[in-house]
Design a protein around this ligand. Sequence first.
Ligand code: ATP
Ligand code: MG
Length: 199
Amino acid sequence: MFNIVIFGAPGSGKGTQSDKIIERYGFMHVSSGELLRDHIAHDTQFGRIADSYISQGMLIPDELMIRILIDHLDANADRIKNGLILDGFPRTVNQAIEFDSGIDDHQISVDAVIGLEANDEELVKRLLKRGIDSGRTDDNLEVIQRRLKVYHDQTAPLRDYYLERGLYCPINGEGSVDDIFAAITRELDVRLMRKNANK
Ligand code: ATP
Ligand code: MG
């Protein structure tokens, strides 16, 4: 099994590129943002707590995020065997450490981290545009600016965490969707081949 993390700031294109990666490689998509929005839509106890953070552009507490993730992995134990693409998780160094030490019964190794890099000005532009039809409560200028600050403070340090482990693949996130995807497949194909050769 081959597992990847897709990493980048809000609006960097993680969801868009995840869809294309899944289509080509058949991994299962685990989007933390979608999981949380699902809980909110069903008005679960977790969802109500999550909503109070998300609508303010803050991260939800690590323990809650990990609890929700474990429930989802448990419910999909068969599907995750073909490999996973983690989108939006981990988002703090603490989440990465917990995940790497094995959460519950799930010992899932990260084989590559695709880092989509784009500048803040471009990100704000994209998120404002998305906000027009997404209906997401967090896609408005004030909350977008908070999310970017949270990204730089709490999530960006993860880049070093994965660089040190030789897993981080920087990808220029500012070209066309297809050009970015082509750069991603070049990285993934090399790493997949290397992993299979070492089996
Ligand atoms: P993108 O536009 O690249 O998909 P995003 O930041 O706009 O990224 P989501 O990944 O959907 O959006 O996350 C939305 C919100 O959900 C975050 O702002 C945060 O409040 C919460 N969230 C998502 N993942 C996590 C996580 N791993 N830890 C804590 N909070 C999270
Ligand atoms: Mg997303």
